[in-house]
Design a protein around this ligand. Structure first.
Ligand code: DHB
Ligand code: FE
Length: 280
């Protein structure tokens, strides 16, 4: 049977991709940010996941105002890094796991989550930056990746509770796949940030740390935070954090924290990173 062995949460700031690709990850500005991922890179080398189900949002790269899927799963063989304006990042193509992805799609849809199924798309910084943060420079990503894209850009976006429930359904889906696979679920985006308008640059470290605290242990309070609280406390783009709740829901009743990192600022954003283990 496939097993969910861990959950990883991380911000996905595009500037980190630039810093990584240009070798600036040890300079004064980026050094303390990247240092918080050193532990995880070593841990991932031991863990060797077969598959990462990577929850992220597309930022008008694969989708635009014409098509706005609330939840979409990638069932393709391969995904290329998107051109976000400066040419595609020179990072490896992302290799999918169509068999597991189709199994998850079927299980979720029969479990009443009406997923959009995507066979072809390019993947943007929301997906490739976390891969670089966790795996560093490489000619090929060390595992298969199933992209799960969430609309957190155009309202109405899904509630935190809906995301948590989707995570629970993902757990049932993965655990019913007959092959013995080591699967991690990653949730990306956040933490507090606002990229636009008079409050651009907003960061709320106290609220972010409350959120980090409550990802750990048995509490499920985070699923009940309303959209207006994300907007007020964490800025217009803080809503990306509902994607962490998909990962949290997939880990089951209780989590243990293996690693935690928080740093402000990075670009306009508060960097948050967690490695969690399900407590069975
Ligand atoms: C930034 C953060 C994001 O999450 C994003 O998608 C784009 C930009 C930033 O802080 O610059
Ligand atoms: Fe983002």
């Amino acid at each position: 049977m496939a097993r969910i062995t861990a959950g990883v949460a991380s911000s996905h700031v595009p500037l980190l991709g630039v810093a990584h690709d240009m070798g600036k990850d040890k300079d004064d500005y980026f050094g303390p940010i990247f240092a918080g991922y050193d532990w995880t890179r070593e841990w991932e080398k031991q863990e060797k996941p077969d598959v990462v189900l990577l929850v992220y949002n597309d930022h008008a790269s694969a989708f635009d105002a014409n098509i706005i899927p609330t939840f979409a799963i990638g069932t393709g063989e391969r995904y290329r890094p998107a051109d976000e304006g400066w040419g595609p990042r020179k990072v490896p193509d992302v290799i999918g796991h169509p068999d597991l992805a189709w199994h998850i799609a079927q299980s979720l849809i029969l479990d009443d989550f009406d997923m959009t199924i995507i066979n072809e798309m390019d993947v943007d910084h929301g997906l490739t930056v976390p891969l670089s943060m966790m795996f560093g420079h490489t000619d090929a990503w060390p595992c298969k990746v199933i992209p799960l894209a969430v609309n957190v850009v155009t309202y109405p976006v899904p509630s935190g509770n809906r995301c948590w429930l989707l995570g629970e359904a993902i757990r049932r889906a993965i655990q019913s796949f007959p092959e013995d696979l080591n699967v991690q679920v990653w949730g990306t985006g956040g933490m507090s940030h606002q990229l636009q308008g008079p409050r651009a640059g907003l960061i709320n470290a106290e609220w972010d740390n409350m959120f980090l605290d409550k990802m750990i242990g048995t509490t499920d309070e985070l699923r009940h935070i309303p959209h207006i609280e994300y907007l007020r406390e964490t800025g217009s783009e803080g809503i990306e954090m509902v994607m962490w709740l998909i990962m949290r829901g997939a880990l089951g009743k209780e989590t243990r924290c293996l690693h935690r990192h928080y740093h402000v600022p990075c670009s306009n954003t508060a960097i948050g990173h967690l490695v969690l283990e399900p407590v069975e």
